[in-house]
Design a binder for this molecule. Structure first.
Ligand SMILES: NC(=O)c1ccc[n+]([C@@H]2O[C@H](COP(=O)([O-])OP(=O)(O)OC[C@H]3O[C@@H](n4cnc5c(N)ncnc54)[C@H](OP(=O)(O)O)[C@@H]3O)[C@@H](O)[C@H]2O)c1
Length: 353
């Protein structure tokens, strides 16, 4: 039996993960956690609502931690797993973006592995498997373009949270859905890909593929490209990460290629500046990605509460990022402090109520 600790069990990824675990005879939940939603309907011997996730993990002794918490709140659990060499099935991209250098150092010390759950990174992981880094030319991270693809800045002036929450291809939690609408999510994913696969930023490209069938691809130095295709359904990468390298069956139908339209285009980085801001933060390094993530979490929260217009999200994040010192974090305390300071800077940029 593989013992799974599921953090973020009440969320979009968490619910789908429970379905995968329940359907598999050799997976069992040893622990489940949420932030504030009760876990009464979750069948796990250890359950925790709020509180310190690492204490739960200490007691649970899992074989794999599925970190499906949203936001920087997942950082301690990510480091806990990496430090101990416990498999980390990572949906919580924010922890790797914010704590990339510390996470890689912990991964090295712990000797474990990160199994990406983000669909794009699961795709890249599968396309890259068994191939030496020097064979890679470029990673191509695909994105749907979100609900506002094709719109001009003028047309985004008055968009509401409800409109931004209507994602065309994926059913996800509110924070990542807004990130998809601003393209911040693709920015976070570029940084995530950099840390996961050790590829420099100038060789990580983003391409829009509106139907979310091509989950990402890798161009190799010989001119060949490998792509990963599938219906947009997170149960596939969740199952892959939890059962790796087995590739267990899921209830999905086979891909009907004759019914597919595959079109690609470049992202509109003028209308959606969050992608370029994230890339710049990644290239700057240190705690700049942490500051980008923290400011984005504040701005997204304010947009969802109706306190910040959609077009002001990149302004708040850009200003906070410029003011953040970006100094490298020596340890997790430094990182938590960089996160706190960037949140403070972003709060100052919000309109006065
Ligand atoms: N949804 C997707 O399809 C998708 C795809 C790729 C990557 N991801 C990534 O996966 C992560 C989760 O996304 P989601 O869409 O599943 O989010 P979600 O639906 O909002 O769920 C978030 C989960 O995190 C829990 N949580 C929040 N703060 C916590 C804390 N301090 N301690 C413990 N649990 C906490 C929430 O508990 P409560 O219910 O109590 O608030 C909830 O269970 C994000 O990092 C996202 O970027 C998601």
């Amino acid at each position: 039996m593989k013992r799974v600790a599921l953090l973020g069990a009440t969320g979009s990824i968490g619910r789908q993960a429970i379905e995968i675990v329940e359907a598999h005879p050799r997976l069992e939940l040893c622990a489940a956690a949420s932030g504030s939603t009760p876990l009464d309907d979750v069948d796990a011997p250890l359950r925790q609502v709020g509180g310190d996730l690492t204490e739960l993990l200490d007691r649970a002794e899992p074989d794999v931690v599925l970190n499906a918490v949203v936001g920087f709140a997942g950082i301690h659990a990510t480091l806990w797993a990496l430090e101990r060499g416990v498999d980390l099935a990572l949906a919580n991209k924010e922890s790797l973006v914010a704590g990339g250098d510390l996470a890689l150092a912990a991964l090295e010390r712990g000797g474990g592995r990160i199994l990406p759950v983000d669909s794009e990174h699961s795709a890249l992981f599968q396309c890259l498997e068994g191939r030496a880094p020097e064979q890679v030319d470029t990673l191509v991270v695909t994105g749907s373009g979100g609900p506002f693809r094709g719109r001009s800045r003028d047309e985004l002036e008055d968009v509401t949270p409800e409109q931004a929450l209507a994602h065309p291809t994926w059913q996800m939690g509110p924070k990542i859905t807004i990130d998809s609408a601003t393209l911040a999510n693709k920015g976070l994913e570029v940084i995530e890909a950099h840390y996961l696969f050790g590829i420099p930023y100038d060789r990580i490209e983003v391409v829009i593929q509106p139907t979310s069938i091509v989950h990402s691809l890798v161009r190799f130095r010989d001119g060949a490209s490998l792509a990963h295709l599938g219906y947009p359904d997170m149960r596939v990468p969740i199952s892959y990460a939890l059962t790796y390298p087995e590739r267990a069956a899921t209830p999905l139908p086979p891909l009907d290629l004759t019914a597919l339209a595959l079109e690609f285009s470049a992202p509109d980085t003028e209308t959606f500046p969050m992608l370029a801001l994230a890339r710049a933060a990644g290239e700057r390094g240190g705690t700049a990605p942490c500051a980008f993530n923290a400011a984005n979490e504040v701005a997204v929260g304010a947009f969802l509460d109706g306190r910040l217009p959609f077009l002001a999200v990149p302004e708040v994040v850009g200003d906070a990022l410029s003011a953040a010192d970006g100094a490298p974090a020596r340890d997790v305390d430094d990182l938590v402090e960089a996160d706190r300071l960037a949140r403070e800077l972003a709060q100052r940029g919000l309109p006065v109520a």
